[in-house]
Design a protein around this ligand. Structure first.
Ligand code: SF4
Length: 262
């Protein structure tokens, strides 16, 4: 059976067998990151709406569960920013009512400055926001945000969420050579991360082909140096020598293939 909103399970280093749940249409996002694997953001917005009805997602989810496939995590992620779906809180709760599997949310974190979004994510078991920079000018360069988004407010939102959230909280940083890997950028980022206090800091670099040209990866040595700089909570997600890539990008790549097929 072909599913519209569910994909996988995908084997991933961070989450084991992760079943992806896609709750916004391609490509609806608050950002238009230069390293995005899906392509340019066709609908850049900060408006929360019921982009996809919970019943449609849950009907597919029930079917997948019947197949008996090995699943370690249900992961809300996909073709854009999942917190734009106004019903994300209801979807997480319903998934957890239907199955005992843990639910993860991969988000760009931009809407966590909103009270309603913070509340919606409270019932997830794992939240994985990204934060690439702490300086507005660089934020605009690398993540090309919706004009209303300010990085200071986003960082404050992450701090507020961390205070009330009881689940696991892993922060991902996508590092692009020559943009957010300078010492000024890293110092600002470190300061922000200390305030946020995530359980883990996970470093990534865009090893897979990106839609935009000239998006350069960091060397393994540079990544190691940055890992040391961020301290013991920090780990590197990519293995540059094997060109191995992890969760978010892997999921996005599968989605892109799905788009081509259909
Ligand atoms: S990488 Fe994620 S946050 Fe950035 S534009 Fe693509 S879908 Fe949106």
């Amino acid at each position: 059976m072909n599913y519209k909103y569910i994909f996988g399970p995908v084997p991933s280093r961070r989450l084991g067998f992760s079943l992806g749940v896609d709750i916004v249409p391609t490509k609806t996002c608050t950002l238009d990151c230069i390293y995005c694997q899906v392509g340019r953001t066709s609908y850049k917005t900060v408006e929360r709406k019921e982009y996809i009805a919970p019943e449609k997602v849950l009907a597919e989810f029930r079917e997948v569960l019947k197949s008996g496939k090995k699943i370690d995590y249900i992961t809300l992620s996909g073709n854009g920013e999942p917190t734009l779906n106004l019903k994300i809180g209801e979807i997480i709760k319903s998934i957890k009512n239907i199955s005992p599997l843990p639910v993860a949310v991969i988000t760009n974190g931009t809407l966590l400055s909103r009270d309603d979004v913070r509340k919606d994510l409270l019932s997830a078991d794992l939240v994985m926001p990204s934060l690439d920079v702490a300086i507005q000018e660089t934020f605009e360069k690398i993540d090309r945000p919706h004009p209303s988004l300010k990085i200071d407010k986003i960082i404050e939102g992450l701090v507020e969420f961390r205070k009330i959230y009881k689940g696991k909280f892993w922060l991902e940083i996508m590092l692009v050579k020559g943009i957010n890997d300078t010492q000024i950028e890293l110092n600002a980022l470190k300061k922000a991360i200390e305030k946020i206090n995530p359980d883990k800091i996970q470093l990534n670099t865009p090893v897979r082909p990106t839609y935009e040209k000239d998006v350069e990866v960091l060397s393994a040595d540079k990544l190691k140096e940055i890992k040391e700089f961020f301290g013991e909570k920090c780990e590197i997600l990519v293995q540059l020598d094997k060109r191995k890539h992890e969760d978010h990008v892997k999921i996005i790549s599968i989605l892109r293939d799905k788009q081509k097929e259909g």
